[in-house]
Design a protein around this ligand. Sequence first.
Ligand code: DQA
Length: 150
Amino acid sequence: MKTTKRILVINGPNLNLLGSRERKHYGSKSLADIESRLDDQARQAGAELVAFQSNSEAELVERIQRAGRDKTDFIIINPAAYTHTSVAMRDALAAVGVPFVEVHLSNVFAREAFRQRSYFTDLAVGIISGLGAKGYELALAFALQYSKKS
Ligand code: DQA
């Protein structure tokens, strides 16, 4: 019987630049800092965290598809700029049916109009936007209890 929860954290384009990129929107923590903190949080809860970042839409679609086959229980995803453009990533998430939370570091609703449309939100269990790196930790806390089997 499978007992360990597997949670996949997916980050989209330019999020590999976190820490140096537009700090007023995205903060000063690097993606490595964020992922390592999430890894600790998952371990403490006896869960497995898998982190993936890509700048390529095709690779992101492939990784989402793989989540449908590799026993991923929950996805935390920041699709970054693809939030506002990617029907392909949306369709991949719909196809695999793994529950997910959409995370944005910045408050996309307080920014340019084009950032206020997401191809993901209506499929998501929920969305966290504007809480910086803390948003990932809160999403993980939720994922850990959401995927907990009784
Ligand atoms: C972002 C918001 C997007 O609009 C933007 O393209 C990003 C990051 C965020 O985390 O706030 O790259 O997803």
